[in-house]
Design a protein around this ligand. Structure first.
Ligand code: ZN
Length: 383
């Protein structure tokens, strides 16, 4: 029992006696037991070239923040970038990444969700063409070392005191949000400076980073300088919500617009597609259990489909030009206001197509629905 009392988990810092077990007389941590696997080898690293290939130049606002992040990195100051969806958060950190690589430092870019890691990995590979950019996520862990490591927050346990620069995106997203194990992994893996990126940071996070005024950075403008499209909702008490769905789809179809229809669960996703496909042609559906979803998403990007019914699997990271969004059952408890803001941010992301519509179809008006609309309006006020 003494063993258990004094045990501190070396991986996640757990000291809670209720989640410490005994095996062969030795204490072990039950909280992080599922995170087992090879850890990265510590090898000395050397300064390298790191040139940046961006498709467009940074806006003056992005440039200012980008310089500030490099400066903070040099001074060892942690930064929080509070940036509205579509303001080009990723582009803002590329100069800090490049600076760190040139300095011979270890750089990690951690995101809670695997789909977003993959999407981001391809983007960063384009931006840092001359460097070894790798991705690490569950089932994809054969390479652990590179100039720039894109990984899920779950995989941080493989990197003990490793990163000089650790960028964490979407900290407000499940499963990182309020998860002490992942938080401990992050602290353990970082020996240098953190840059946190978020469109919807919690009060706690804002307070933490505001202690040093240089560490709290805001970017309100989307990179094209246009306001965020504001969602509107349609409330229906019964099965008529399906009628609205068909109506909205036909409306967008008549304008030749592509539509993403977000649904709260896999079963609702399949049900909605089954029903909708009877009335509206040229669609498909994706969720985390659907085989070949990367191909389906690719085909959607190439305009093979007019609409895609999806779960939260496409909530973040995916950019499609001139997209319209319907959130089916936006009143579902799975959607907090941060998630609704995030999904709404899928719309109007391109410079030559900065507008679009977001429709919430709901059975009742929840506080998340109201808050998300207010939040977006607030973002637009500061433009
Ligand atoms: Zn542990």
């Amino acid at each position: 029992m003494d063993n258990q009392n004094s045990f501190v988990c070396p991986i996640c810092g757990n000291t809670d006696i209720h989640s410490i077990g005994i095996l062969n007389g030795k204490p072990y941590c039950r909280r992080c037991i599922s995170f087992k696997g090879e850890e990265v080898e510590h090898k000395p690293s050397y300064p390298k070239k790191a040139s940046i290939h961006l498709e467009y130049e940074l806006s003056p606002e992005q440039k200012e923040l980008s310089d500030k992040l490099v400066e903070n990195y040099k001074k060892g100051i942690d930064s929080l970038v509070f940036a509205v969806c579509g303001s080009g958060k990723t582009e803002i950190v590329v100069n800090a990444i490049s600076y760190a690589i040139k300095n011979g430092d270890k750089v990690g870019f951690a995101i809670p969700r695997r789909d977003v890691v993959i999407e981001l990995f391809y983007r960063l590979k384009q931006i840092f063409k001359g460097n070894k950019v790798i991705s690490v996520y569950g089932g994809h862990t054969s390479k652990l070392d590179g100039d720039l490591i894109c990984l899920t927050t779950h995989q941080l346990f493989r990197y003990e005191k490793y990163f000089n620069l650790l960028i964490i995106d979407e900290i407000d997203a499940f499963p990182f949000k309020d998860n002490p194990v992942l938080e401990a992994f992050y602290k353990r893996s970082n020996k240098g400076v953190t840059i946190m990126l978020s469109a919807t940071p919690s009060k706690k996070t804002i307070e933490k980073f505001s202690k040093n005024k240089d560490g709290f950075l805001r970017l309100n403008k989307r990179f094209h300088g246009k306001p965020l499209p504001v969602p509107y909702y349609k409330k229906r008490r019964s099965i008529l919500i399906y009628y609205d769905l068909i109506k909205e789809c036909k409306k967008f179809q008549s304008r030749s617009k592509q539509i993403m229809i977000f649904t709260p669960t896999i079963s609702i996703c399949e049900r909605v597609y089954k029903f909708l496909s009877l009335f509206v042609k040229h669609g498909n559906f994706v969720h985390s259990k659907r085989d070949g979803r990367a191909d389906i998403i690719g085909d959607f990007k190439n305009k093979k489909y007019q609409y895609l019914v999806t779960t939260a699997v496409l909530e973040r990271g995916v950019t499609i030009k001139d997209l319209q969004v319907i959130i089916f059952r936006a009143d579902h408890p799975i959607y907090d206001s941060a998630a609704l803001v995030q999904i709404s941010g899928r719309v109007g992301r391109k410079k030559d197509a900065p507008t679009g519509e977001i429709v919430y179809l709901c059975r009742e008006i929840t506080s998340s629905i109201v808050e998300s609309i207010e939040e977006i309006k607030k973002c637009n006020e500061v433009l």
